[in-house]
Design a binder for this molecule. Structure first.
Ligand code: XMP
Length: 509
């Protein structure tokens, strides 16, 4: 296990990714972690991340220097290296000019980090401060034209550092440096994979939960489904999932979910039909934020009431992923994920006073999908595109009525079928339809029509923070448009959304 200490760099997730790609398990912790906690985690190595601060700023993040004396190999990156240098008696000073971008790195001495690399390699710099004097025992291991001390180490104390960022793509041999650190310096076995993760997590859940009961809000999305499978493996029937049908779901969604979870996987689920509540409260509501608030509040009430019927429940499970955890822990409270602020179940743990189980909290989305596959989640569920908690309500612009829901459900169903048939479903982050509060004139079978307009939104994205509209083939768009207009009553015009995010958002409301 590798411990990454978060000094606030925007690249922390990338460091974690690189380590995982080398099949080594890692965990990110804040700089406030104590020496005792580090010892308890018993990592094979520690990586000190970069960060936006200058070491001389009064509130710049620092760790307990005793951590550097544990004899565990440490790799400091950018600010992480500067911190080590500063605390061990070297000097860091403001550079005359910020160094940002590509630089040619010349290797001076291989301390183990650079094994198998040539003497010259490209690296990517992003720093304002520079090291001017190394602490006793340290040696320069590499330089660039502008940065004399671009890499340094004290192999005797197992302290290593890079002024540049090995974790970014722009440092082409950076991954090799990280691999060298993990294998040659830390002696990691590099055998971590999803099966070992699943087995370890199942054992941990069993240990922690014992014979107590766990409740999980199942949405049918990948995260909650994989969390359910994992917990079910650990405690079987002591897990109860609650699925709230808010009346804002896609066509046949509840039935499909029932078939997979109840019949195929034999997981306890309570289906709560609450569409009446939701639709009544949404009547005549047009404002997007009000819609979201109403839906969030009713969801919590319905869920809470159902959960109370489960005797002796002590734990609430959630499919929280790693990026959420990193963002909420980040030393400097980096930009909060958009998805998170949307989360309509965020207030549940507080309200229900249950202990949290979050078995996916150290995984990225693609890793969750790998885990889902390992656990036998049907492909169709494992590859579902994200679907927002407030459901179709935020895709019906204006008031939500049963009639408009029906139209959008039909359009959505047809769109999904076409996107899947064309082999685009997995390539897109999301693809969906939006029903507009406008009508337009058309002509069908020589008759004038005056009907609804539907917008199609299809985006590519890595994490939903940014997104680009998908360049779907005209032939496919043509087919989608023809089928919608011909087959869905009440729609006579289809438009394609070509806005990126930012400045647009993925959902329209
Ligand atoms: P936006 O529209 O902000 O959406 O670009 C980013 C991603 O978040 C999803 N989304 C939600 N997910 N509850 C959720 O669980 C919500 O209230 C919610 N609103 C938006 C959206 O589908 C996209 O993937």
């Amino acid at each position: 296990m590798i411990l990454i200490i978060d000094f606030g760099s925007q690249f922390n997730q990338l460091i974690a990714r690189r380590v995982r790609e080398c099949r080594v398990y890692c965990q990110i912790e804040p700089p406030t972690i104590t020496c005792e906690q580090v010892k308890a985690l018993n990592p094979e190595g520690i990586i000190l991340s970069g960060g936006p601060s200058s070491i001389y700023e009064p509130r710049s993040p620092k760790i307990d220097p005793a951590i550097l004396e544990l004899g565990i190999p440490v790799l400091g990156i950018c600010y992480g290296l500067q911190y080590m240098v500063h605390v061990l008696g070297g000097t860091v000073a403001r550079s005359a000019k910020r160094e940002y971008g590509f630089a040619e790195f010349t290797l001076k001495k291989d301390d183990g980090l650079f094994t198998g690399l040539s003497a010259q390699t490209t690296c990517w710099m992003s720093h304002g401060d520079a090291i001017t004097k190394l602490p006793k025992g340290f040696q320069i291991t590499g330089s660039t034209e502008n940065t004399r001390i671009a890499a340094a180490s004290d192999p005797r104390r197992k302290l290593f550092g890079l002024q540049f960022h090995p974790e970014v793509e722009h440092t082409p041999r950076g991954k090799k440096m990280i691999r060298n650190f993990l294998s040659d310096i830390c002696g990691c076995r590099m055998s971590w994979n999803m099966t070992s993760f699943a087995n370890q997590t199942i054992a941990e859940i069993r240990n922690r939960v014992g014979d107590k009961k766990v409740i999980l809000g199942l949405s049918g999305g990948v995260d909650s489904s994989v969390a359910a499978l994992l917990i079910h493996r650990a405690i079987g029937k002591n897990l109860t999932c609650i699925f709230v049908d808010n009346g804002l779901l896609r066509k046949d969604e509840a039935q499909k979910l029932k078939a997979v979870f109840k019949q195929n996987l034999d997981i306890n689920i309570r289906f709560v039909k609450a569409s009446g509540h939701f639709l009544k409260a949404l009547k005549d509501v047009r404002d997007p934020e009000r819609k979201r608030k109403i839906i969030g509040k009713i969801f919590m009430d319905v869920f809470d009431a159902e959960a109370k019927k489960i005797k002796n429940a002590e734990f609430l499970a959630q499919g929280t992923l790693y990026p959420d955890i990193i963002e909420s822990q980040s030393a400097f409270g980096g930009p909060t994920s958009v998805i998170k602020s949307h989360h309509n179940v965020g207030g549940l743990p507080k309200k229900m006073k249950l202990k949290l189980v979050e078995p996916l909290k150290f995984l990225f989305k693609d890793e969750v999908r790998k885990l889902g596959k390992t656990l036998g989640l049907p492909e169709e569920m494992n590859w579902r595109q994200p679907f927002p908690g407030p459901g179709l309500a935020i895709r019906i612009i204006g008031a939500v009525t049963p009639k408009r829901l029906k139209i959008l459900r039909e359009v959505d169903d047809l769109l999904m079928a076409e996107i899947k048939a064309a082999g685009y479903y997995k390539k897109l982050w999301q693809s969906f339809a939006v029903l507009l509060p406008l009508k337009s004139v058309g002509v069908m079978g020589d008759k004038r029509t005056y009907e609804n307009i539907v917008a199609i939104r299809a985006v590519t994205s890595k994490d939903a923070m940014t997104a680009d509209w998908a360049r779907l083939p005209h032939k496919l768009l043509n087919r989608i448009s023809n089928r919608i207009i011909n087959e869905v009553d009440g729609v006579n015009r289809v438009v394609y959304d070509i806005s990126s995010k930012p400045p647009g958002t993925i959902e329209w409301e």
